[in-house]
Design a protein around this ligand. Structure first.
Ligand SMILES: NC(=O)c1ccc[n+]([C@@H]2O[C@H](COP(=O)([O-])OP(=O)(O)OC[C@H]3O[C@@H](n4cnc5c(N)ncnc54)[C@H](O)[C@@H]3O)[C@@H](O)[C@H]2O)c1
Length: 337
């Protein structure tokens, strides 16, 4: 168990992706002594544009490479004397996991295993570091808990794992591996499971950028099924603040749920964004007229809701961005592009 951990040399995996890039910017600004090494394969989902603002920062380094490459990962831990790993890198899009699950098994499961094994060897076997000297934080999703009915209570950290898609099953597997490394080897780990993130720099394939881009291009806005599926929306910068709190103050071996406390049916979200765009940049007709219902995703989870009470009471974190403010910042980002 520990509190008040201070990372010095941090390896961030997937730091050219959506959440990882926000996290790097957040941490470099907040922790002035911290050095960050970003390991990212630059798949279709990663872009160095996301971290363009810090390319010249001497406390930031980028390495293009694969988390499944055990030699590379090990070499990086040694070369940079890494004491903290924050693991975002993943295949993250549910639809792609349905059409091509193999890559999800490789990156999300084998990749996580490769990082854990390298950390175990370098920190525990070779350096004999104790639990106060190093930290592995694993980022996961609320989708590992499966789907809720309307009146079910929100997911807590003790909800059963019932993943429904190849994506959520691969994330669940990686969570189990992380937990097992803590239990078996005493690797100092923390974990978090968050709800749907949104904000600037999200890949255009995800729901909110899809809605905004469709409006701006005057194209049909595709909505799965009848649009009744419910998600809880977390602004990405609130998520970064939560991760900082967990990494620096979280208890070892614990997992924390991170939610935005802003549940909404997809169709309501679409209508809200349409309304906001009608005000900010009106088109020839209200944007909601572009809504088109399309065949539902196979095995589509109906509702996710996350209970962040543990994080709020134990680590004093709460999401501070309202859905309206977060969406406004997001919409303005896509308008600027
Ligand atoms: N976006 C969300 O709403 C959300 C919600 C819950 C959990 N998560 C989790 O948060 C993490 C980050 O999500 P995101 O939305 O930023 O993802 P993303 O798809 O935007 O970014 C993933 C990044 O990982 C990199 N990557 C992929 N395979 C790699 C490999 N083999 N080696 C090195 N880098 C590789 C990609 O190039 C990309 O930069 C993921 O673990 C995801 O499961 C995301």
């Amino acid at each position: 168990m520990t509190m008040n951990y201070s990372p010095r040399k941090m390896l961030v995996t997937g730091g050219a992706g959506f959440i990882g890039s926000h996290f790097i910017l957040y941490m470099l600004e907040k922790h002035t002594e911290l050095e960050i090494i970003n390991l990212d394969l630059l798949t279709y989902a990663g872009s160095l544009d996301n971290v363009a603002d810090i390319t010249a920062d001497k406390r930031y380094h980028f390495v293009e490479g694969d988390i499944c490459d055990a030699n590379l990962v090990k070499q990086m831990l040694v070369e940079f004397n890494i004491d903290t790993i924050v693991h975002f890198a993943a295949e993250s899009h549910v639809d792609r996991s349905i059409s091509g699950p193999a890559q999800f098994i490789q990156t999300n499961i084998v990749g996580t295993f490769t990082l854990l094994e390298a950390a175990r060897q370098y920190w525990l076997e070779e350096n004999k570091w104790d639990q106060q000297q190093c930290r592995f934080h694993h980022i996961s999703t609320d989708e590992v808990y499966g789907s809720l009915e309307k009146t079910d209570s929100a997911f807590t950290e003790s909800s059963a794992y019932l993943p429904n898609s190849p994506y959520s099953a691969s994330k669940a597997s990686s969570d189990h591996l992380v937990r097992a490394y803590q239990h078996t080897y005493k690797l100092p780990v923390t974990m978090s499971n968050c709800s749907n993130n949104y904000g600037p720099f999200q890949h255009p394939e995800k729901l909110i950028p899809t809605i905004i881009n469709a409006c701006l291009q005057n194209k049909a806005i595709p909505v799965y099924g009848d649009g009744s599926n419910i998600r809880d929306w977390l602004f990405v910068k609130d998520h970064c603040a939560a991760l900082d709190r967990i990494i620096c103050q979280g208890l070892l071996g614990e997992s924390y749920n991170v939610g935005g406390d802003q549940e909404l049916a997809n169709i309501e979200l679409v209508k809200l964004i349409c309304q906001m765009l009608d005000d900010i940049q009106p088109g020839s007709q209200p944007y909601a007229t572009l809504i088109e219902f399309v065949t539902d995703r196979a095995g589509h989870d109906w509702r996710y809701a996350i209970d962040s009470n543990k994080l709020q009471t134990e680590l004093d974190w709460t999401a501070t961005t309202t859905l309206h403010d977060g969406l406004l910042e997001t919409i303005k980002f896509y308008l600027k592009d």
